[in-house]
Design a protein around this ligand. Structure first.
Ligand SMILES: Nc1ncnc2c1ncn2[C@@H]1O[C@H](COP(=O)(O)OP(=O)(O)O)[C@@H](O)[C@H]1O
Ligand SMILES: O=C(O)C1=C[C@@H](OP(=O)(O)O)[C@@H](O)[C@H](O)C1
Ligand SMILES: [Mg+2]
Length: 163
């Protein structure tokens, strides 16, 4: 959460001329509700089941950038699916940076209550959850464009001509 998956993913897709899909947005569209309403009305387990179904459906397409929610990696099925169909990029940031980036957005259900405490707890619980990714980028000191550049470079991707 707050490492820039959704914003950088969109930017990266534009640079590549690929489709962009955010699994949270796809899920919200399919269910005609918001992530926070899903958590509130049906609980996290229900959201996770829908998240797995959504990822299995969208990850098979080619020439696309998919931003997942930060907790998608907790399920082995999701990790396997991501590795099978994609080049997996983990975006990281310090707790302080994440807190600063998400502080204006009160809609993230797992960050309700004491924000500082929640971010530290989740980061602690998920310390090694992203180790499976092909590459990992610390976004703390980078702009969204610099992050997209690094992904393009490290994944050996070719951008669309800009002339
Ligand atoms: N590299 C960055 N530098 C500064 N702000 C950023 C950066 N990446 C993302 N943000 C901002 O942080 C917030 C959370 O980004 P978002 O893409 O929603 O993260 P995620 O999808 O990983 O939760 C947004 O307001 C976004 O504009
Ligand atoms: O980390 C998580 O468990 C979650 C992250 C969110 O996505 P972002 O990482 O895009 O904020 C969203 O999927 C949901 O609120 C749960
Ligand atoms: Mg997101």
């Amino acid at each position: 959460m707050g490492t820039g998956k959704s914003t950088v993913g969109k930017k990266l897709a534009e640079r590549l001329g690929w489709q962009f899909r955010d699994s949270d947005a796809v899920l919200e569209e399919d269910e005609q509700t918001s992530i926070s309403a899903l958590f509130q009305n049906h609980g996290e387990a229900h959201f996770r089941a829908l998240e797995t179904k959504t990822l299995a459906r969208i990850l098979t397409a080619r020439d696309q950038v998919v931003a997942t929610g930060g907790g998608a990696v907790l399920a082995e099925t999701n990790r396997n699916c991501m590795l099978q169909y994609g080049f997996v990029v983990s975006l990281q940031a310090t707790a302080e940076t994440i807190i600063q980036r998400v502080s204006m957005d009160t809609n993230r259900p797992l960050l309700q209550g004491n924000l500082e405490e929640r971010v530290h707890t989740l980061m602690d619980q998920r310390k090694h959850a992203y180790d499976f990714a092909h590459i990992s980028i610390d976004t703390t000191e980078l702009t969204e464009d610099q992050i997209a550049d690094r992904i393009i470079q490290q994944a050996g991707l070719v951008t669309e001509r800009e002339d």
